[in-house]
Ligand binder design. Structure first.
Ligand SMILES: *Cc1c(COP(=O)(O)O)cnc(C)c1O
Length: 350
């Protein structure tokens, strides 16, 4: 089976299970799980921040971050294609009671111009987003996503991060990064994760996607921020006990699988180059910056395509009626790419 539906499908390897089996554990709600503590220290160190908190999922991590930065009735600025807005079941409204003012970016990436478009709509004569006018919600936060999932794994250029941060600071806004795939962004830019994290007050990262751990994410930020966020993790039901068992998988993934993500990117690129040669498929390989690729079908519905492909035991998800999303991952090897391309040729010609 070749599974390109997502990078969440990865299964722990024997070595990772070994590390999990050996993990020393304690009660993490009491702060007594040595493996969770080691993971939190390590991930804070990699991102160049003071503290981190292990979390059950990326969704909960983002939602706890939004809750910690805001009060009900506040406003957050967020791209219309972001996971927090699009894929978290309305959590920002349900759990934090905030309104989302939507920024129209390009594959999830925007600049101060697009931010200011949202601001000036509200307050035509000023760029101050947190006006004293009591009619208006208080703007507290801007959320970015790197790489951008719905944008097909688009990476934020560092200059854009600097530009957005400048506008955010000028308007007294905090910066949150949904960095579920920050590892991929760093690998694609060939920079250390710190170079991305430095623009942000808080960052959520994921261990169970490209890194291949079975469970977990982390929220990273200052000591004060994480201390406050621990209260909301508990309130949202995310306090875990002997979580060292799963944290050991995350720690293993961080140390061993982070460095190999460029292999997934190379596989995605060669897959895209191969797809571009196939009649009935449209894709611009230059759009493929990391491990996610989205391609269009000109002669077959995406549902029929993915159905026929799955009969050959290769799996991809329809993105909309005419396009397909594929995500290279730890469990897909370089030599399987030509195999998949051959199956696709067969699917489209037969
Ligand atoms: C997957 C994902 C999440 C959520 O992670 P879960 O662990 O599935 O809740 C958040 N943000 C982005 C960009 C993601 O791709």
């Amino acid at each position: 089976m070749i599974d390109l539906r997502s990078d969440t499908v990865t299964i722990p390897t024997a070595e990772m299970r070994e590390a999990m089996g050996q993990a020393t554990v304690g009660d993490d709600v009491y702060g007594e799980d040595p493996t969770v503590n080691a993971l939190e220290e390590r991930v804070a160190e990699i991102l160049g921040k003071e503290a981190a908190m292990y979390m059950p999922s990326g969704t909960m991590t983002n939602q706890v971050a939004v809750r910690t930065h805001t009060e009900p009735g506040d406003e957050i600025l967020i791209d219309e294609n972001s996971h927090i807005y699009f894929y978290e079941a309305g959590g920002t409204a349900a759990l934090s009671g905030v309104i989302c003012s939507l920024i129209s970016g390009e594959r999830g990436v925007f600049g101060s111009k697009e931010m200011e478009a949202v601001i000036s709509e509200k307050e035509p004569h000023t760029t101050i987003m947190r006006p004293v006018d009591l009619h208006l919600p208080r703007s507290k936060l801007v959320c970015l996503e790197n790489t951008n999932n719905r944008g097909g794994g688009k990476v934020w250029p560092l200059e854009k991060l600097a530009e957005v941060e400048k506008t955010a600071r000028a308007n007294d806004l905090k910066m949150h990064l949904d960095g579920a795939r920050i590892w991929n962004a760093a690998a694609a830019l060939k920079v250390h994760e710190t170079e991305i994290a430095r623009y942000f007050d808080s960052i959520s990262v994921c261990f169970s996607k490209g890194l291949g751990a079975p469970v977990g994410s982390a929220l990273v930020g200052s000591d004060d921020f994480i201390m406050e966020a621990r209260r909301f993790r508990k309130q949202f039901g995310g306090g875990m006990r002997q979580a060292g068992i799963i944290a050991a998988g995350a720690l293993y993934a961080l140390e061993n699988n982070r460095i190999r993500l460029s292999e997934d990117h190379a596989n995605a690129k060669s897959f895209a180059n191969g797809l571009a040669e196939i009649k009935g498929i449209e894709i611009n390989p230059e759009d493929v910056e990391t491990n996610i690729l989205i391609f269009s079908l000109t002669d077959m519905s995406s549902h029929e395509f993915s159905q026929r492909l799955s009969e050959q035991d290769t799996h991809m998800l329809p993105w909309d009626n005419t396009s397909i999303r594929a995500v290279t991952n730890l469990m897909v090897s370089e030599k399987q790419i030509p195999e998949v391309l051959e199956q696709i040729r067969k699917t489209l010609s037969g």
